[in-house]
Design a protein around this ligand. Structure first.
Ligand SMILES: Nc1ncnc2c1ncn2[C@@H]1O[C@H](COP(=O)(O)OP(=O)(O)OP(=O)(O)O)[C@@H](O)[C@H]1O
Ligand SMILES: [Mg+2]
Length: 460
């Protein structure tokens, strides 16, 4: 069970793979060292044999058999460790001189070289001999060999060392890998634990950060920001749905009561007509509120940025002001405008139009008769500012953020028609166009500035 779990772990598998790669490379290096050493030892032996064969041959060629025998005797005298093998046979194969009884059965090792065993009771006891033979004039045959007892011993020691090194390397890698995977697993488990809590519905959790600034710390930071954003969105969504339910229940109830009255208290067709007209108006208001909510959500989600087009903001603003001219007149409000021409902008035309209309609508709604409203649209260094200022009651500074919330209306405004969605939309439109909505005191009154920022402004 535990092993299956272990093998399913990517970190464990990666560690194992790493250990295998590491060991394969160690095996490669040590094998190379092993064969290089063996070859070097062999070539030194061959070199010593070659020197003696050459000496013997030149002794025979220059001064004949006696000199050769003398030379071999000298070799035998010098040879006190019992490592060299010498044998000279005549044309009948009889031994003339040497420290070996018979010429060995030849076993070809490689070109010019022979390899055979002596003292061979069994394979383990046998001594390997590397030798070279030479055919001399008159049918004589000379063989000089060297015992590989020493090199064989060195080889076997080296083999043991190499095997032990590989085993040790594997254990060290596996141990290091286990420690390393343990650290990673612990960090991942922390993150998994947090995810499980989030799945369980708890958004008030945070992935702990070590403060080391490594990749896991960055991931933890991003997950925490993501959770904070999700919590904010979920909170906003809950707030909005509560508000929608609250704000739509009253008009819908009112509408229901009117319809019920018609059924329960039969009345004149004219009265029925009036009630139905009121009902339609009520429904239109509800639909308008729902449309505003949809527009705000659209602006906030950023999907509207897919509908961006280039248009002249000056013309749009002038059209909106023209539309409201009658309202200004009816309420006896003086209006002054200062609109720069050809303010080209890349943005969502219907949303920007609606945002400017909302600000103007507020200025009319919250400025008493005889008041003054000024509208100016100017280009700044890297943005366009739409400034709508009135001399009405204004908004206390503490409420500048609050009035941007959906459905929020100041207490004193509740007598006038409205849903409290106007400024929410303006704020969302500003954010969509990388701008902002700011308020200041117009002494008296409110100055609202909708800033549409750089990326979206062309021909500045
Ligand atoms: N120019 C202003 N002067 C004074 N108070 C204002 C002004 N503009 C907005 N407010 C206050 O801010 C609140 C929110 O404004 P917002 O435009 O969001 O909603 P609304 O005008 O009440 O309703 P809606 O615009 O949805 O019809 C208003 O209810 C009002 O109290
Ligand atoms: Mg409004």
């Amino acid at each position: 069970m535990l092993t299956r779990k272990l093998f399913r772990s990517t970190i464990f598998r990666l560690t194992l793979l790493y250990a295998v790669f590491f060991c394969v490379s160690i095996i490669g290096i040590l094998t190379f060292v092993y064969f290089a050493t063996v070859r070097e030892m062999e070539s030194q032996i061959k070199h010593r044999i070659n020197i003696q064969i050459n000496q013997a041959q030149s002794a025979f060629n220059s001064k004949g058999l006696d000199e050769l025998k003398k030379q071999i005797s000298e070799f035998l005298d010098e040879e006190d460790e019992g490592l060299f093998i010498y044998i000279l046979t005549d044309d009948k194969g009889k031994t003339v001189i040497g420290n070996m009884e018979n010429f060995p059965e030849e076993v070809k090792y490689s070109e010019n070289w022979l390899m055979f065993d002596i003292d061979a009771k069994n394979d383990e006891d046998a001594t390997h001999i590397l030798a070279k033979d030479a055919n001399l004039y008159g049918g004589y045959r000379l063989l000089i060999g060297y015992s590989l007892k020493g090199p064989d011993k060195t080889k076997s020691v080296m083999f043991d060392v190499v095997s032990a090194s590989i085993l040790l390397a594997f254990f060290i890698t596996a141990l290091g890998g286990a420690m390393f995977s343990g650290v990673i697993r612990r960090r991942l488990e922390e993150i998994n634990h947090i995810c499980t809590q989030v799945i369980g519905g708890n958004l008030d959790v945070k992935v702990p950060r070590t403060g080391g600034g490594d990749e896991f710390d960055n991931l933890a930071g991003n997950i925490n920001s993501m959770l904070a954003r999700i919590a904010e969105l979920v909170g906003g969504l809950k707030q909005t749905s509560d508000n929608i339910a609250h704000d739509l229940r009253t008009p819908l109830n009112r509408h229901r009561i009117s319809l019920e009255n018609i059924i329960n208290h039969p009345t004149s067709p004219q009265k029925i007509n009036e009630t139905l007209k009121e009902g339609i108006e009520e429904i239109d208001n509800i639909v308008e509120t729902l449309n505003s909510i949809l527009r705000i959500s659209q602006a906030q989600s950023g999907v509207a940025s897919g509908h961006f087009v280039e248009f002249d903001l000056s013309t749009v603003a002038i059209d909106v002001i023209e539309f409201y001219e009658d309202f200004f007149e009816q309420k006896g409000i003086t209006i002054t405008t200062s609109i720069e021409t050809e303010l080209m902008i890349n943005g969502d035309k219907p949303l920007i139009t609606q945002a400017i209309a909302n600000l103007i609508d507020n200025a009319i709604k919250y400025t008493p008769s005889g008041g003054e409203v000024s509208i100016s649209i100017i280009k700044q260094d890297k943005s366009i500012e739409c400034i709508i200022a009135d001399n009405g009651a204004g908004i206390p500074e503490d409420f500048y953020d609050k009035v941007k919330e959906r459905f929020f209306r100041m207490e004193e405004s509740r007598t006038s028609a409205g849903t409290g969605l106007g400024l929410s939309l303006v704020d969302a439109v500003a954010t969509l166009h990388k701008g902002t909505l700011i308020f200041s005191n117009n002494n008296p009154g409110l100055k609202a500035i909708l800033i549409l920022a750089a990326d979206y402004v062309i021909n500045l």
